[in-house]
Structure formats: C-alpha cells, structure tokens
Ligand binder design. Structure first.
Ligand SMILES: Nc1ncnc2c1ncn2[C@@H]1O[C@H](COP(=O)(O)OP(=O)(O)OP(=O)(O)O)[C@@H](O)[C@H]1O
Length: 331
C-alpha cells in the first residue's frame, strides 16, 4: 500500500505551493491514474513519491514506512518511465536494457523478452539515437520493467504511439497489475485513464479536486446524454417514398444530393448515411441531455415525429467531468 498524506511542496518557499495538501492511498496490485493539465503538479508529486525531491511537508509511506526510512533495496523494487526518453544514444536498444539491468542487485527480466514485448526485436541492435520518438518511448517503458518492479511509475506511457502499439503497452500494464504490481500513472489522456485505472485523481492547480473509480466519477458527476439518430427531412422522405410507390425514378438532383451527403455520412451519423439508390432520407444525429428541459422537449418532439432510427444513452467522459469540475480541459 502506498500512502500519500497531506503532501505540500513549495519550490521557492514564497507561499505559492505547486502541490497542496495532497492525500491518497494506492492499494497493492491496482492502477492509480493521476490526471491533470500541464503544470498541475503531477511530476512534482511523483518526484516527492520517489525520493527525487526532498519532502517539505506531509508524508509518503510504502507499507507504512516513510520513504525517507526506506532501505536502498527499495529502489530495486520500483520502475520508472518518463515521458521524455533519457537513453544512451550510442548504445543499441539491447545494450541500453542490458546495461540498466546490471544496475540492479535483484533478479532482472530478460532484455530480449522485454524488447519483444514492446515490439522492438527488429531494432534490438540499432543505436537508440536512430530510434523514432515512439521507439524510444517503448524502450523507456521496457526499461522500467527490467528489474521486475513491485511498483511502477509511468509518465504518459502511450503518448505519441500508434493505436495498436498503445494497446500493446496498455495490455502489458494490465498484466503487470494482475501480477500484483502497483502502478502510478500520470497522464493528460482521459481515455487511457478510463481504460486502465482502478482509481483516478483529478489534480488541478496542485490540489486534488476529485478522486474515485472512473465509473463512480461518472455516476457522481457525469450527466448522461441521449444520442438520437433520425431521418432528416420528412417532406423529402414522403416525396421519396411517393416516388417509389408510383414507380418513378428519383430526379437527377435528388439522386446526386443523396449521393453527395451519403458519402460524407459513412459511420458518422451526423450527415446522411444512406445508399443513394435506396431513396431513404438523410439521417441526422443529435446529442441531447435529458436534465435540460429544452432537450427533454426535443426528445419528445423527435419521438412524436416517428422519424427516429436509433436512440441510445451515453455516459459522460472523464474529460467532460474534469471540465465540469475545473472549468478547463486537460491539454
Ligand atoms: N524546479 C522547479 N522550480 C520552481 N518551480 C517549479 C519547478 N518544477 C516545477 N515547478 C512549477 O511547479 C508547478 C507544477 O509543475 P509540475 O511539473 O509538477 O506539473 P505537471 O503537472 O507535471 O506538468 P506537465 O504535465 O507539464 O509535466 C508548475 O507551476 C511549475 O512551473
């Protein structure tokens, strides 16, 4: 269990603290997401938790023991990956990992297996100065795992990665958690947090403004919305079906109009989404909030129109909740 208790840090001692009375607990074998915009105090908190910064006020305890009293062996048990890769550019990926593994006194993971896990086998013998940003990012992530850590500190582990690679890294993080590793993950990315974290804390201007499981935050602060897809134009719909009933072909204008908008519509639902040859009218999409009286009237109106194609409820995203609580987004 990691316990952070009333942590406050003022770099310049001028009363404008970067971290303000921050407290949380992270049970073993869980993923804790620390979310906040740039300058919120995430890195400062992480530096205090890992002993990189001296604690001025408050406590950081690992299984009840303050970090200041941890034995040197404590550092054999933690892994850290930073957003900005710090690698030896003249060494290959494999050499970087092998060198790093040699710094730990406990058992370490096989560097080749780690390279394989993050998709860098083919680049194992390439100097890291020639790696792309994403490759460096993956190597730094692999390096954080080299000492089979019990606690992982991850800073934006998937930023700049393509979706498939990001998914691969996310799965490794989940696997580590399932093996009992405790993960402290700092990010701006609410989707990653939602996908991975057991608990998230929203940090804003040095203070925690909300903290809970993503699902609970959505239940507590999130406003559900209704996504309604409906046929756009009843007169066109009537005309079109009338034409069909009478055996007429649609006019050139009608057909080309549907074609143009139908092309835009594939998958989005915002624009017409029909086969132009079917004469089915265009489909529009609206997001409505039932707690808003005007939106409730609109839902009733659409229901009464008989034009609705689909309707489903949608949960608020963590990003929307963060904006609701702080008045600003994460980027
Ligand atoms: N060494 C330092 N000296 C003085 N102020 C600092 C120092 N490091 C950070 N700060 C200030 O502390 C505040 C929090 O910074 P911190 O780097 O912890 O934020 P962050 O949430 O990690 O931001 P980012 O997402 O951009 O990394 C900022 O106002 C920053 O300017």
């Amino acid at each position: 269990m990691i316990t952070v208790h009333n942590l406050t840090h003022d770099y310049e001692g001028k009363g404008n603290a970067s971290v303000k009375d921050v407290s949380f607990q992270i049970p073993e074998g869980t993923i804790f997401g620390f979310l906040g915009p740039s300058g919120a105090g995430k890195s400062t908190t992480q530096a205090l938790m890992t002993g990189l910064l001296r604690i001025q006020q408050g406590q950081v305890l690992y299984d009840g023991t303050p970090i200041q009293k941890q034995h040197q062996d404590f550092y054999n048990q933690i892994g850290m990956s930073f957003e900005h890769p710090n690698l030896y550019g003249k060494l290959t990926g494999l050499e970087n990992l092998t060198y790093f593994a040699g710094l730990f006194s406990g058992g370490t993971a096989d560097p080749r297996a780690l390279l394989d896990a993050v998709g860098l086998t083919d680049a194992a013998h390439k100097r890291t100065s020639a790696y792309s940003k994403g490759m460096k990012q993956r190597l730094v992530f692999a390096r954080a795992l080299v000492n089979n850590p019990r606690i992982l500190f991850l800073d934006e582990p998937t930023s700049g990665l393509d979706p498939a690679t990001a998914e691969r890294i996310k799965q490794i993080i989940r696997d580590k958690r399932d093996e009992g590793c405790t993960v402290f993950l700092t990010t701006h990315n609410m989707q990653i947090a939602d996908d991975l974290c057991d608990t998230v804390a929203f940090l804003y201007d040095g203070a925690i403004v909300a903290m809970d499981a993503p699902r609970n935050l959505k239940l507590q602060y999130g406003e559900k919305s209704l996504v309604v897809e409906y046929r756009q134009d009843p007169t066109r719909a009537a005309k079109s079906s009338g034409d069909q009933a009478s055996g007429d072909q649609a006019s050139g204008d009608q057909a080309s109009g549907d074609q143009a908008s139908g092309d835009q519509a594939e998958g989005s639902g915002r624009e017409p989404s029909t086969d132009p040859s079917s004469h089915t009218p265009a489909v529009q999409r609206e997001v409505l909030f039932p707690q808003n009286p005007a939106d409730t009237r609109r839902v009733a109106e659409l229901l009464g129109s008989g034009l609705i194609e689909t309707m489903h409820s949608q949960e608020a995203s963590l990003e929307q909740i963060f904006i609701k609580l702080t008045g600003r987004g994460l980027s």
